[in-house]
Design a protein around this ligand. Structure first.
Ligand code: ACO
Length: 343
């Protein structure tokens, strides 16, 4: 019988430092009113100097493991989805694996920018469905504020830092990840790019002087592509899961911009109250955004076994994707796990 992959633990972490729109007014020529009306963002979190993508990911992961009632050594695979790794080498997933003590696990990074959590769910569920792993720890973590040019008002107001993590576990029942839809279109037009630091443009005094290690974006074009593709990929994932919009408990989207979310919600003909939004408090946290939002959603209200969720994202690459989840009977999975251990 084929396994499904169910979320049995989740955790998130946001740095304590809050950067408000008013704080940004001191840095660049902007205003709280402009940022709120154009993006819906009121504040974002900024990592402390000693925090990194891996250190934030470790905190979120520990919370997810604790909720799943699992020890680090019971994890078979650690995946880290991020655009802002600690280093080009080693992979951030390996640093997380080491810091947690996931001694039995493989580890690798995955870069699908803001769609990273959806791509991570796709990969993790395939490992579990194929039988190559029983338990996967998926960590999405970003320190985007280290890669924005604090003199560029068109980008620096948008991004924030944070991390989210989930444990995915094999279940014989039809629950957990029901479907995934993924898409991409190589961004040769450089709508959203960090130009330097890779093999195409290695770091040099010149790249540093040109601020080529910071994110550049043509926001308007990204905006239009995001709305079109998020609505389309959401419909695809729903169709694959044989579900309709009214059957969803909530849609948890990548939190890029309130106007993108509202336009997507309207394109889907979805009641506003079904769309979970926290962009006002976090800004765009890249790959971490859906995991952070999902953590907040799950911590703030009761969720029933059998509830359906749609996660949908769009990001650099360009990449997009959606995933439909059926909330699993976590208590039953934990019980079966304990029975196997005692057998
Ligand atoms: N404060 C004040 N004025 C600003 C600011 C700012 N922070 N930023 C830009 N402006 C000005 C521009 O200079 C421009 O001025 P001009 O008309 O004198 O030239 C004016 O505001 C309008 O600029 P636009 O870029 O056309 O503004 P727009 O309405 O498109 O909003 C925004 C810009 C918010 C970036 C929007 O395009 C957007 O949200 N795009 C999507 C961005 C996004 O979400 N990217 C991430 C998705 S992928 C991922 O998550 C990595």
């Amino acid at each position: 019988m084929m396994n499904h992959a169910a979320i049995t633990g989740w955790g998130s972490y946001s740095p304590t430092r809050i950067l408000s729109n008013h704080d940004l007014e001191e840095l660049v020529d902007t205003s709280d009113a402009w940022i709120r009306t154009r993006t819906g963002i009121g504040e974002r979190r900024v990592a402390a100097p000693d925090e990194t993508t891996s250190s934030m990911g470790v905190i979120a992961a520990r919370r997810a493991l604790e909720r799943a009632e699992l020890l680090p050594r019971e994890i078979d695979l650690v995946i880290c989805a991020s655009t802002t790794p600690d280093h080009l080498l080693p992979a951030t997933a390996c640093l997380i694996q080491q810091q947690l003590g996931c001694t039995q696990a493989g580890a690798f990074d995955l870069n699908a920018a803001c769609s990273g959590f959806i791509y991570g769910l796709a990969v993790a569920s395939q490992f579990i469905q194929g039988g190559a792993a029983r338990r996967v720890l998926l960590v999405s973590s970003e320190t985007l504020t280290r890669f924005v040019n604090w003199q560029d008002r068109s980008t620096c107001v948008l991004f924030g830092d944070g991390a989210g993590a989930v444990v995915l576990e094999a279940t014989p029942h039809c629950e957990g990840v029901l479907s995934v839809a993924l898409g991409s279109r190589g961004d040769i037009e450089r709508m959203l790019v960090i130009e330097a630091g890779g093999s195409a443009l290695p770091a040099s005094a010149d790249t540093v002087a040109r601020k080529a290690h910071y994110m550049k974006m043509r926001g308007n074009e990204v905006f239009k592509m995001a709305v079109r593709n998020m609505a389309q990929t959401a419909k695809e994932a729903l169709a694959k899961a044989n579900l309709t919009l009214p059957e969803l408990t909530a849609v948890i989207p990548h939190q890029a911009n309130l106007r993108i979310l509202t336009a997507t919600q309207e394109a889907l003909d979805l009641p506003a109250e079904k769309m979970f939004i926290n962009v006002d408090r976090h800004g765009n946290t890249g790959a971490a955004s859906i995991a952070l939002a999902m953590g907040e959603f799950l911590d703030s209200r009761p969720v029933q076994v059998g509830d359906h969720f749609l996660l949908v994202a769009f990001g650099g690459g360009l990449t997009w994707g959606a995933c439909v989840l059926r909330w699993a009977d976590i208590a039953a999975i934990v019980r079966r796990r304990a029975q196997k251990l005692s057998a």
